[in-house]
Design a protein around this ligand. Structure first.
Ligand code: ATP
Ligand code: MN
Length: 472
């Protein structure tokens, strides 16, 4: 094949190739260049994997002067021979015959260069300020590839188990579920919105003829679909304007919400447990190099913790039992625990990390601290809720069996001041062919947080949205 018809090969594929002594073309970003008067070594990465390709440039062909634009961060195309490597650390390398600089980088102003070729010497916090460039580091390359693998594994899991993927709306007309913490969607002029006679903003003149918001969950619409398709799931962006400046909350995050007709609470727990274990197994099987890197760089117990989750059944107990354990715990909590209070992350993590030392599923919470749609238990005090709690994370999944009885549901809505008239369409599922059903919401970034061992949720999404931050 004439050289100019040579197609680019991904570095990841080349590194696994056994078909040596052939001409190849690679393109990527320079991680480092080093060497001496006789030979220069360029570490090239094209994002296809963590490992870099060693490009060897002999001084005879490439006097140092000719390589002055080949600096960290620059983008180059290299033609050469794929040969067995003399050095250790790699099986193959490319003996360059032609190097073309596609894009130069000024080493003085390149922020990643200035602070070292990788995150070493530059904190994750500083990298957040240059989120537009951080994918070029080994850390974010690894995180983004793992994130991709998990997204793929989620669709794969549901597809294999007979679930249908439904797209629920991002703009919603109901604020029933998350009153007070939603982002408003409007085209009304902020300075002079039209007003009604009593002086309030006239949303009748807004784009949709009513108040609309960004969704906080696809669940209610997911339930509509489950009452027709049986097993469904949503996987989409959700938005919460809650001002939680924590390492586990984002204002924009992705949520996976399966909803299954005829499932009860136990089926729901079985699904959640099998689903999470399958996803972690998938990552272990398909992201070995990236996980090993994160394990070695940040968290020596990461791989052990992941295997532990795949190998051990989750501990299941009721909220009431958990409160007893917490009350008799020797540890002093910042927030006191008593039956009826919502558990804080410190309590959740105590149960998982100290008491049971494995993932925990808590069930049957007091009805007062859970949503209106959860099925009431026979005692009338608790509901068929379940939260899955993970080490280092706390709540990773929140779900429940849903109240399928129209009268009981309407009673709960009235008690909790949820406007039934706005949710007439939701109540129709209970009017027409209602059925027991259950589902849950898995926060995608909390899953990625767990699998990568990162400690701040802002480091597992490419462009994090949190209070006072939407630059890139
Ligand atoms: P938390 O108590 O941690 O704020 P929540 O009870 O509000 O969570 P749910 O409404 O049950 O959470 O949402 C389902 C899942 O979505 C949670 O288990 C969690 O994994 C994820 N999640 C919720 N809020 C956020 C957020 N602000 N950022 C990222 N993930 C979130
Ligand atoms: Mn919350």
């Amino acid at each position: 094949m004439p050289a100019d018809q040579l197609r680019r090969t991904r570095i990841q594929d080349l590194l696994q190739s056994t078909d040596l002594n052939r001409e190849v073309l690679v393109k990527g970003w320079v991680r480092t260049r080093r060497g001496n008067r006789y030979v220069q070594f360029i570490a090239l990465n094209d994002g296809s994997g963590l490992a870099t390709l060693q490009v060897v440039a002999d001084a005879e062909k490439f006097p140092e002067e000719s390589l002055k634009e080949v600096t960290t961060g620059s983008c180059i195309a290299v033609r050469g021979q794929l040969v067995a490597s003399q050095g250790k650390g790699q099986a193959v390398e490319v003996q360059a015959t032609e190097i073309e600089v596609l894009g130069t980088t000024d080493p003085e102003t390149y922020p990643i260069q200035r602070r070292g070729a990788d995150q070493k010497g530059i904190s994750l916090e500083e990298l957040r300020k240059i989120a537009h460039l951080r994918p070029r580091t080994n850390t974010f390359g690894a995180v983004l590839r793992i994130r991709h693998a998990l997204a793929f594994a989620i669709h794969d899991y549901f597809n294999k188990h007979g679930f249908y993927y439904v797209h629920t709306p991002i703009i919603t007309g109901s604020d029933a579920e998350g009153a007070g913490q939603m982002f408003r969607v409007t085209t009304l002029p902020p300075e002079h919105p039209p007003r009604t006679e009593d002086g309030s903003v006239d949303f009748g003149q807004d784009f949709f003829g009513k108040q609309t918001n960004l969704t906080v969950s696809g669940q209610l619409e997911g339930e509509l679909a489950a009452m027709a398709l049986g097993s469904v799931y949503t996987f989409g962006p959700t938005f919460r304007a809650e001002n939680s400046n924590t390492a586990r909350h984002l204002a924009e995050f992705w949520m996976i919400e399966p909803e299954v007709a005829f499932n009860d609470l136990v089926d729901n727990m079985d699904l959640a447990e099998d689903f999470l274990q399958s996803l972690v197994k998938y990552a272990l099987a398909h992201c070995a190099a990236d996980l090993q890197f994160l394990n070695d760089t940040y968290d020596k117990e990461l791989l052990e913790r992941l295997k532990f989750v795949t190998d051990n059944a989750f501990q299941r107990l009721t909220y009431t039992e958990a409160v007893e354990i917490l009350k008799s715990a020797k540890k002093k909590f910042e927030f006191p625990v008593d039956w009826g209070t919502d558990l804080q992350s410190e309590h959740e993590r105590y149960l998982v990390e100290k008491h049971f030392k494995k993932p925990v599923i808590l069930t049957n919470y007091p009805k007062e601290i859970k949503a209106f749609y959860m099925k009431l238990d026979d005692d009338g005090r608790t509901v068929r809720a379940m939260d899955v709690l993970f080490p280092g994370i706390g709540e990773i999944i929140g779900g429940s069996q849903r109240e399928e009885d129209l009268t009981k549901l309407e009673t709960r809505m009235a008690e909790m001041h949820v406007p039934a008239d706005e949710l007439w369409w939701y109540l129709d599922t209970r009017r027409f062919g209602t059925a027991p059903h259950a589902g849950f919401g898995l926060g995608f970034e909390r899953l990625v947080l767990f699998v990568t061992g990162m400690t701040n949720i802002r480091d597992v999404i490419p462009f994090p949205r949190f209070p006072k931050n939407a630059e890139f």
